[in-house]
Design a binder for this molecule. Structure first.
Ligand SMILES: [Zn+2]
Ligand SMILES: [Zn+2]
Length: 99
């Protein structure tokens, strides 16, 4: 039996519905560093993935569009840090921490 030792950075998705008569689907995934969306790499996609020049990570299409429109790079970790800082500085302002 061949052993697949093809190690890849990022994640990996396998959906096996064959026991139910369905399809077998495999794809690589990555996590957008800006909003933490898990993006499934479509094997048939030919458009190039957008790599953010600020954090050197691949981001999802939504965040890529924002970057192209001129928004600065902000990773999810930076966003959470900012919100936590706000909540600490203004504990009475009812700051909600939303993703
Ligand atoms: Zn994103
Ligand atoms: Zn970035």
């Amino acid at each position: 039996m061949p052993i697949n030792l093809n190690l890849r950075p990022g994640g990996y998705l396998e959906v096996d519905n064959r026991p139910a008569g369905g399809q077998h689907f495999e794809a690589d995934t990555y996590t957008c560093s800006h909003c933490q969306t898990v993006v499934i790499l479509n094997p048939s996609r030919t458009r190039e993935r957008y790599k953010c020049s600020g954090c050197s990570h691949h981001v999802c299409d939504n965040c890529a569009a924002k970057r192209v429109a001129g928004e600065p790079c902000k990773t999810y970790a930076q966003y959470v840090d900012e919100r936590l800082e706000q909540a600490v500085r203004h504990p009475d302002s009812g700051t909600l921490i939303l993703p």
